[in-house]
Design a protein around this ligand. Structure first.
Ligand code: HPA
Length: 306
């Protein structure tokens, strides 16, 4: 069977699944067919978006408490995730859950105001589906932002950290299963996930704005509970500078597709056990709120210089 016939067949299966004739969780479909369905969803949604939005110069994924930057976008077209076919909808507070497309500093931008996380109960394929769709739409550069706990005692809460590399603590990988050859190769290189040129550019912009930034390694923890102090001590020994519950799956999927990634963590709290106090979601949101003007200026400056 030709590839496009398989895709059409998978598409029919989706329709049947929607009508309740078939569900992909009943084990009726093989893993290969499930992946073909995923491919079909991604191409379908990319075409849907193509009719509504221009191809962006840059995609910005806005993490917890950092969504306000999307308000700077000029002549915005706003599409709630719930209106986009096959788009997973974030259930986390602090994530508005909408696409904001428009112009910022003369560049065509598409901002994702909020993202889905694996801990919300989404399948790993669903977590990376939005960035795959936007790459299929034609986006070549992605800025992934997040709120993160800080393990490095030289760094301070409220600072931004350019992600130079990551440690995947979860054992999950969005590329598991039959490879989507249309997107990338089976065994993609991950030796330079985060673009050095973009990091250097980001640092230059930050210096010009008088904003202190750090560089470091981001560890992906599945959550949703925060880590224990013993875990944090272990992860620090492994070389992590910051820890959070997102970004890594998207970065893997984007690199699989050969697109550029810049990762920026907002260090919202010292990680568990470093300070004699519990970690709360409120503290995370409060720090993100406090540094928002600097965050907006930094990302806007980077976009302008791209
Ligand atoms: N741990 C994990 N994820 C986080 C944290 C943390 O301390 N802070 C913000 N996101």
């Amino acid at each position: 069977m030709m590839e496009h016939e398989r895709i059409l067949m998978a598409h029919e299966m989706i329709l049947m699944a929607r009508e309740g004739i078939l569900t992909e969780h009943e084990g009726i479909l093989t893993e290969h067919e499930v992946i073909l369905m995923e491919l079909s969803r991604i191409t379908e949604t990319a075409s849907w978006l193509k009719e509504r939005l221009p191809v962006p110069d840059v995609v910005v994924v806005l993490g917890s408490g950092l969504g306000e930057l999307a308000e700077q976008v000029e002549s915005p077209t706003v599409i709630p995730y719930a209106d986009v076919p096959h788009f997973p909808v974030s259930t986390v507070s602090g994530h508005a859950g909408q696409l904001v497309s428009g112009v910022l500093k003369g560049k065509k931008v598409l901002m994702m105001q909020g993202r889905c996380h694996w801990y919300e109960g989404y399948d790993i394929q669903e977590v990376v589906r939005p960035v795959r769709i936007l790459a299929a739409l034609g986006a070549k550069t992605f800025i992934l932002t997040n709120a993160a706990g800080c393990l490095n005692r030289q760094y301070q809460v409220g600072q931004f950290m350019f992600i130079t590399d990551h440690i995947n603590l979860t054992g999950l990988n969005p590329l598991r299963g039959p490879n989507l050859d249309q997107f990338g190769i089976r065994f993609p290189d991950m030796s330079a996930v985060y673009d050095h040129e973009l990091i250097t550019l980001g640092e230059k912009i930050a210096v010009g704005q008088g904003t202190i930034t750090q560089r470091g390694i981001y560890a992906w923890y599945q959550g949703p509970s925060f880590e224990t102090p013993a875990e944090i001590r272990m992860f620090a020994m492994l070389g992590a500078d910051a820890i959070g519950m997102s970004t890594v799956p998207e970065a893997i999927a984007i690199r699989h597709m050969g697109r550029r990634v810049l990762g920026i963590s907002c260090l919202t709290n010292m990680a568990a056990g470093i300070l004699p106090q519990p970690i709360t979601g409120e503290e995370v949101m409060e720090t993100a709120r406090r540094v928002r003007p600097h965050f907006k200026a930094l990302i806007t400056g980077i976009i302008q210089s791209l």
